[in-house]
Design a protein around this ligand. Structure first.
Ligand code: C2E
Ligand code: MG
Ligand code: MG
Length: 587
């Protein structure tokens, strides 16, 4: 047996220091009735050591437990004979109850099967009662303690996250399984929450990994403070955390907990004098309301989490079974989008922008369409969100820019249509550090005058990512490209930001235009946007103009341009050209 112990220890890299103190400091508990053996044991230890060593006996398991509860022992020697006296499997009970103590099992005669079984069950060493020289005994104890230490260290390494000290994914899954078993017994409501920090990647990239690490540690402390002591908080991966709470009384309590977590994480976090804001999105699944094993619960909560991200971040979402279905269709669409890009199945349609003073068409907005052989003409609402989620929007967006610039440049040469074109951008494109350069080189390629290119971005994007996007915005502005804020009025622009940004034009969201003649509030908002735009020296365009009355409303308030079905739907380029030939300015 000793050979095994000796082999096992050096397996572990870098033994840091002498882990086992001198024998005189040990405390040993002998669990067994065999007083004779105990006497023999004492005899085998050198007198000088024995006088300092703490060596106690417990004649049964009950006494052993009360001794182990009240004082620390380095090692327990369990006499396997106890088992035969109806004590039950003493070894198992000690391993399960006192996982930190090293264990040596003792049997009458050497029996390899028993020895192996004992090690498998969690003992560190094995002894037989046959005459034992003192130094061998001490060595065995030393090995047992040493080995126990490393076993525990390995468990820590394999089950706990080193950065935060939280259970890692493996242990978390274990705990989830255990919680499920307990819940089945007690009929309790079990809740698993999947937490993912919003924009953690940005923080990591812009402020550095040291700050990112600190943030993760703060998050783990805050999460732990949100739950009760019996609950589990684990780190599931990069910036993903999980919470398991059992014994919930009601579903609402899961909601309260989720809200508590969101609020706790919303508190700004101080780092080197800077205040960092970090939000999180949460997905919640409840057992037994949502069926399935632990793997299924994890998956459910992840699906709910993605939905929470999709619908605005910094919020929580309960799982519901419809999510599973929509994920399947999503996956299919993702594959199809990838193929559509390869097979060149995207096209651009152009919708005219009309000048309100002259009534003439002064430009157009390029709107993407997918000509799918299976599904026919697919509108962007059906695939852009998915393309954004899987990152495909970046190559698609580049394709759009290239195509629109080439078309506009061709129109400038042929004179068949105005050369001014507006292109919609996804936040993902915009956040790329090389974005401005990409646009500029596409402009160069096409020969289009930068002033003929308008880039449409939604206001939330600009506001949320001010720091990362400011550079790109300025570079594009300096190059002559014009920035338009799309869907204006639906987000949260602050006037200060608008003033600071090199914005050229505001596009009033369609939702305000559609009821501008019947809804006083919408009318007031549209009116205010036009006034504000003009006082900030910005141009303003109304989109979604469908009726003459809507146009009239905008015209009276000196809105500079219109776009909408009243003039034309988005059209393929050739159709756009022929439509222009027939177009009569409306006055
Ligand atoms: P958007 O930029 O606000 O584009 C205007 C949308 O309103 C277009 O829908 C257009 O067809 C529709 N529309 C225009 N006039 C009217 C009208 O009078 N009445 C009504 N009911 N609708 C009108 P579409 O083409 O389906 O595009 C939807 C959205 O998809 C766009 O909203 C834009 O956010 C996005 N999108 C379109 N093309 C691209 C693209 O190339 N890249 C990116 N990232 N997004 C795009
Ligand atoms: Mg647009
Ligand atoms: Mg819009």
């Amino acid at each position: 047996m000793r050979e095994q112990g000796a082999d096992a220890a050096p397996l572990v890299v870098g033994a840091e220091q002498a882990l086992v103190g001198p024998a005189s400091q040990w405390s040993i508990l002998f669990i067994g009735e065999d007083g004779q053996y105990l006497a023999q044991l004492k005899q085998s230890i050198p007198k000088s050591t024995l006088s300092q060593i703490k060596l106690e006996q417990a004649e049964n398991l009950e006494n052993a437990f009360s001794l182990l509860d009240t004082s620390d022992f380095d090692v327990v020697i369990i006499d396997l004979a106890l088992r035969q006296k109806g004590e039950g499997p003493a070894l198992q009970a000690v391993v399960a109850t006192y996982p930190e103590v090293a264990i040596i099992v003792l049997s009458e005669f050497y029996d390899e099967a028993i020895a192996l079984d004992a090690l498998r069950q969690g003992a560190q060493e094995y002894l037989t009662k046959g005459g034992l020289p003192g130094d061998t005994l001490l060595t065995t104890v030393r090995y047992a303690i040493h080995r126990k230490h490393w076993e525990q260290r390995l468990v820590e390494l394999s089950q706990y996250d080193q950065l935060t000290g939280l259970p890692n994914r493996i242990l978390f899954q274990d705990r989830l399984q255990q919680a499920l078993r307990d819940a089945a017994r007690s009929n309790a409501l079990l809740c698993m929450i999947f937490i993912d920090l919003d924009r953690f990647k940005d923080i990591n990239e812009t402020l550095g990994h040291a700050v990112g690490d600190l943030l993760l540690q703060v998050v783990s402390t805050r999460l732990r403070a949100c739950v009760r002591s019996g609950d589990t908080v684990g780190r599931l991966g990069g910036d993903e955390f999980g919470v398991i709470t059992s014994d919930l009384g009601t579903i609402a309590e899961a909601g309260y907990l989720a809200r508590r977590i969101i609020e706790a994480l919303n508190e700004p976090f101080e780092c080197a004098g800077d205040k960092i804001h970090c939000t999180a999105s949460l997905g919640i699944t409840l057992h037994p309301i949502d069926e399935g094993d632990s793997a299924q619960l994890l998956k459910n909560s992840a699906l709910a989490l993605y939905r929470a991200k999709d619908t605005g971040r910094n919020r929580f979402q309960f799982y519901d079974s419809a999510m599973n279905r929509s994920v399947q269709t999503r996956k299919n669409v993702e594959t199809q989008i990838r193929r559509a890009l390869d097979l060149d199945q995207f096209t651009l349609h152009y919708q005219p922008n009309v000048d309100s003073r002259t009534g003439k068409v002064v430009g157009s907005e390029a709107l993407i369409r997918w000509e799918s052989p299976e599904r026919g003409l697919v509108l962007p609402g059906e695939f852009i969100p998915i393309a954004e989620e899987c990152g495909l929007i970046v190559p698609i967006g580049e394709w759009v820019l290239r195509k629109a610039c080439a078309q506009a440049s061709a129109w400038r040469d042929s004179g068949r249509a105005p050369s001014r074109v507006a292109v919609n951008l996804s936040p993902l494109q915009f956040r790329r550090p090389d974005f401005a350069n990409t646009v500029i080189s596409i402009l160069d390629e096409s020969g289009l005058d930068p002033r003929d290119l308008e880039l449409e971005i939604t206001e939330n994007v600009v506001m949320a990512d001010f720091k990362t996007t400011e550079y790109s915005l300025q570079a594009l502005y300096d190059h002559g490209v014009r920035l338009v804020i799309d869907d204006f009025g639906t987000g949260y622009s602050s006037l200060t930001y608008l003033k600071r940004f090199p914005v050229y034009k505001l596009k009033i969201d369609r939702s305000f235009i559609s009821e501008v003649n019947v809804n006083n509030e919408d009318a007031a908002i549209a009116n205010a946007i036009i006034k504000m735009a003009h006082s900030l020296n910005l141009r303003v365009i109304g989109e979604g103009v469908e009726t003459a009355e809507q146009m009239e409303f905008l015209k009276q308030r000196q809105c500079d341009e219109y776009q909408g079905f009243l003039f034309a739907k988005p059209l393929p380029p050739e159709t756009f050209e022929s439509w222009l030939l027939d177009f009569q300015p409306l006055t």
